[in-house]
Design a protein around this ligand. Structure first.
Ligand SMILES: [Zn+2]
Length: 174
């Protein structure tokens, strides 16, 4: 196990742009992928939510993310790039490991297509919609130093998690 501390909102590294992973199939990349996977699993065990993590959140400014959908895609995406997005958008309450008690209302493309490498260096394309699509957009934003707070659709598009669970969750149909 190698669980890493997760950088929290206010840490300037979270607003830095990450560099491409030079060799997606290398031992260093595998080690980074394991750190992301272990840190995501530990957070989920502790807090009961969490589906994705990006390398800059553990202080590594490299373009790698790890996704674990409850009943779907699971694995790393190295150098992920959005190569297509639907005009149709969805609005949702977003959250983040880097501010786990804050909810932010954001707008995302309903569907996207992503090109990426796996940890063996093989290339893939992934078509996604709904929950996976908005999660991928959130995590890929991290690689460009963009946080959900930067994408708030309104100055008042924020809620604490407790208030969201108390009063907004049912209205949002979540
Ligand atoms: Zn995040």
């Amino acid at each position: 196990m190698s669980v890493k501390p997760i950088l929290q909102l206010g840490n300037p590294l979270l607003w830095e742009k990450s560099s491409p992973v030079a060799d997606p199939g290398s031992a260093d990349t595998r080690s980074l992928v394991r750190d992301l996977s272990d840190t995501l699993a530990a957070f989920r065990r502790e807090r009961g939510f969490g589906r994705g993590i990006a390398a800059p959140q553990i202080g590594v400014l490299r373009r790698a993310i790890f996704i674990r959908m409850p009943d779907g895609f699971c694995g790393p995406l190295i150098n992920p790039e959005i190569i297509g997005a639907s005009d149709r958008q969805i609005e949702l309450w977003d959250d983040c490991f880097s501010f786990p008690d804050l909810m932010v209302r954001v707008r995302r493309a309903e569907q996207i297509r992503v090109h990426y490498h796996d940890e063996d260096g093989a290339e893939h394309e992934l078509e996604s919609a709904g929950g996976l699509s908005e999660l991928l957009q959130h995590e890929i934003d991290h690689l460009d130093g963009i946080l959900a707070t930067d994408r708030a659709i309104h100055p008042r598009a924020f809620a604490t998690r407790a208030e969201w669970e108390r009063s907004l969750r049912s209205r949002a149909g979540l």
